[in-house]
Ligand binder design. Structure first.
Ligand code: ZN
Length: 119
């Protein structure tokens, strides 16, 4: 499943980051799932405990997965808009020539690590 492989790669990235920084624990991972990516935070939350099972580094780790709204920038008139209500057409000048500002990818916004074993 799509979300499972994404969750696995997020955990891999966090693990690499923790090891590189000599951390004892990963405390929290914050993820933004762009609405355009088709990835739902619900499924990331669902797979997270399964992916980190048997990984002491992630013992007690919190996943903060949120949906990230799609933001587009109209190249003709520089209006920023959310395309959900407008079928990807600029609400101001009706141009469909736009740039995607956010909401396209799944990104890790923050990884919190602990250097001590204690809380
Ligand atoms: Zn426009």
């Amino acid at each position: 499943m799509h979300e499972l492989s994404i969750m696995t790669s997020i955990v891999d990235t966090a693990q690499k980051y923790a090891v590189e920084n000599n951390a004892k624990k990963v405390k929290k991972i914050s993820v933004l799932a762009g609405e355009m990516s088709g990835v739902l935070p619900y499924y990331l939350n669902y797979y997270f405990p399964k992916v980190i099972k048997d990984m002491p580094l992630f013992d007690g780790c919190i996943l903060d997965a949120r949906a990230e709204e799609i933001r587009l920038l109209c190249k003709s008139c520089n209006t920023q808009y959310n395309p959900k209500q407008t079928d990807y057409v600029c609400p101001k000048c009706k141009s469909a020539d736009c740039k995607i500002l956010s909401g396209k990818d799944v990104t890790i916004s923050c990884i919190e690590i602990l250097f001590e074993d204690k809380e």
